[in-house]
Design a protein around this ligand. Structure first.
Ligand SMILES: NC(=O)c1ccc[n+]([C@@H]2O[C@H](COP(=O)([O-])OP(=O)(O)OC[C@H]3O[C@@H](n4cnc5c(N)ncnc54)[C@H](OP(=O)(O)O)[C@@H]3O)[C@@H](O)[C@H]2O)c1
Length: 278
């Protein structure tokens, strides 16, 4: 039985993956804020059945409540994971809360940077020892690959000046690619995949969109969006047959890794920046 940890495992694509692995007989740790969503997910997976020879779904499903835009809660989550699980086979980073505007957390971090990068940095580096205990460890980071190599504002990552949704989004995506360079540098056996769906997915769309944008994503998602269970099929293949090293995918299509001429320097700067921040 594998242990699969999924941030954002209570809704959208994270929940679709959680359902898949619970019905396949694996242990799933879902991280999110809403226990009621988790209980609905477990009830659905129990009704579907699966993993017939092993323990029942409810005995293999664990919920960790955490607001991952909080650095303190991300650290506590790492502590809980490493205490409870001597081996983690797969870590899926799919927690999402879209903010079109700059927002500071009570800890003073820009909220999107904290949720979409700082927490991921803490999780990937913090659970590295128990990931290394897996035969074929894999991290899938749902950060759409392909951001410009110069997208990180090293002087002002919280974007006190010049915040736009597009800049903030590109910055976290690039930082998550560099996180893969760091993680696979520390453990060459680790598979680290940055992944985005091939097209819009009819998910929970967690976030503060504003009325017009909310209407837009709901209508477009309803008309054109893929079902989460369909969107994650290529992810299941990547999680079930991981290849050591870095890779980038949109849906099931491999994309080139955006290397950039100064990647090693950028990684060192990013590490120094994060360690000074946290
Ligand atoms: N949907 C798309 O078309 C699309 C397109 C491109 C990329 N993506 C990426 O794919 C991934 C999954 O997206 P999705 O649309 O499937 O997600 P979603 O349905 O909006 O669900 C978001 C998940 O994140 C959790 N979450 C939100 N804020 C959190 C916080 N502060 N701390 C901890 N957990 C939090 C939610 O759990 P609780 O409610 O329990 O807190 C929920 O499980 C994300 O990384 C997203 O950026 C999605």
């Amino acid at each position: 039985m594998r242990t699969i940890v999924i941030t954002g495992g209570t809704d959208g694509m994270g929940a679709a993956l959680a359902h898949h692995y619970l019905t396949a007989g694996d242990r799933v740790v879902a991280i999110g804020r809403d226990r009621a969503k988790f209980e609905t997910l477990v009830a659905k997976a129990s009704a579907t059945g699966g993993g017939d020879a092993g323990p029942p779904v409810a005995a293999r499903a664990e919920f960790l409540a955490a607001d991952l835009s909080s650095v303190a809660e991300a650290r506590r989550t790492v502590g809980r994971l490493t205490e409870r699980h001597p081996r983690i086979d797969a870590l899926v980073l799919a927690a999402s809360f879209v903010r079109r505007r700059r927002h500071l957390t009570p800890e003073g971090h820009e909220a999107s940077w904290a949720l979409f990068f700082l927490s991921k940095y803490l999780l990937v580096t913090g659970v590295a020892p128990v990931l290394a205990a897996a035969a074929r460890p894999v991290v899938v980071n749902a950060a759409v690959p392909g951001a410009r190599p110069d997208a990180i504002d090293f002087e002002d990552p919280g974007m006190a000046t010049g915040f736009t949704f597009a800049r903030s989004n590109a910055q976290q995506r690039r930082a998550n690619e560099l996180l893969g360079v760091l993680a696979t540098g520390l453990d060459p056996d680790l598979a680290y995949v940055t992944w985005g769906p091939a097209r819009l997915v009819r998910s929970g769309f967690a976030g503060e969109f504003g009325t017009a944008a909310r209407l837009g994503v709901t209508v477009l998602g309803g008309l054109l969006g893929q079902r989460p269970a369909t969107a994650v099929r290529p992810l299941v293949r990547l999680l079930d047959d991981p290849a050591p090293g870095r890779a980038a995918y949109r849906g099931g299509t491999r994309r080139p890794l955006a290397a950039g001429p100064r990647e090693a320097e950028e990684c060192a700067r990013l590490t120094a920046l994060v360690e000074a921040t946290l």
